[in-house]
Design a protein around this ligand. Sequence first.
Ligand code: LLP
Length: 426
Amino acid sequence: MSKGPTYPTLCTEIAGLAVVELARRFGTPLFVYDADRIVQRLRDLAAFDHVRYAAKACSNLAVLDLIRRHGGLVDAVSAWEIRRALAARYSPSGDPPPMVYTADIFDAESLDLVIQQGIHVNCGSPDMIDQYGRRAPGRAITLRINPGFGHGHSRKTNTGGESSKHGIWHEQLDDCLARAARYGLAVTGLHMHIGSGTDLEHLAQVCGAMEKVALQVGGGVRYISAGGGLPIPYREGESYIDLAAYHRLWDATRKRLQAAFGHPVRLEIEPGRYVVGESGSLVTEIRAVKRQRDNLFYLVDAGFNNLARPILYGAYHPMSIAPADGSGDRPAVDVIVGGPLCESGDIFTQEEGGFVVKRPLPQATVGDLLVIHCTGAYGFVMSSNYNSKPLAPEVLVHRGVAHLVRRRQRFEELIAGEQIPDRQDE
Ligand code: LLP
């Protein structure tokens, strides 16, 4: 298992481009993605038959297009995520299915869309089987099974076990197979995803659960999906997951199933964070440096409207200072890093439970840039317009060239769709 990278607390470049220049050209706050890093992460996973990218982690069209051009398939979780994948020129159907709709419910729009476009469906509830079967009898489906256990980097990202709303409870498999049979739906795929940001020990347990369920479903099974959940090293000293060992476990499971069924069984993996997490950096500008008794604060122009992971999960992200004047060698100080929002939880250096912590960072002044690393996954996509802040721009750096792949939201876009009612009573 190789060690994760260290992020120096002074950083002048992202993907070979000067941070100061990126900030000057595109403004801050700004998300920057390194295309090479994404491509490398897809290559890391090449031992699996297919990498089905969980688009929810970062769904910018340019990122989807990049992943498509490097052989990645798509896992979409909503009608509009499907439409994003279509806009990035993914075909709706094929073998293997270029995109799969994975969810625990259909809303009216997603049900219509998967039926019209012939998109493969991964059903996470018995009701989905009925609703799909009534409208599209005779098609092939995948079942997402909750194996009765789960694990994630936070309780909020654990998607297995009886407290999780996700997947079909493993003991209801026979009932679900009977439902599928009632509509002539062929169960060709099986899927388990026990949580996000978990570890090898928990992921390894899924193989056994999958094998048991697949043998119960029988020879109609043509592919199995290991789900996503692969962790990435966020903190100094953390290591990469041993992908070769993980693949070996799944490959052995798949081979036993092939022997039992007498036909090939495809093996998919469905990561989001692993593919894009490390590629992203959130570039912010320090707008105030202030002291509250013993605490020194750097207040930057990005808040939890841009990056919600710290306030939601107490997530740790490495941070660096990019001095505006390019100077190096600054003494370290312990600081709290916060954003501009009118809410005390708008702090990037916090732990789960909202406990504010200090971080040693180089001394900085207003106008210096502060880079928040490892923000490619669940960064931009979880942003909001809270406090009427515009959505930040996104830049994809490809072969040394910075491409603006989303411009900063404009005020007219923010209020588009809002109306003040006509008041005849005044
Ligand atoms: N497949 C399914 C069915 C999922 O629900 C997810 C993530 C993935 C794959 C991809 O998981 P990954 O490889 O990225 O761990 N917002 C949280 C993560 C929520 C994950 C939701 N589902 C965070 O920022 O940590």
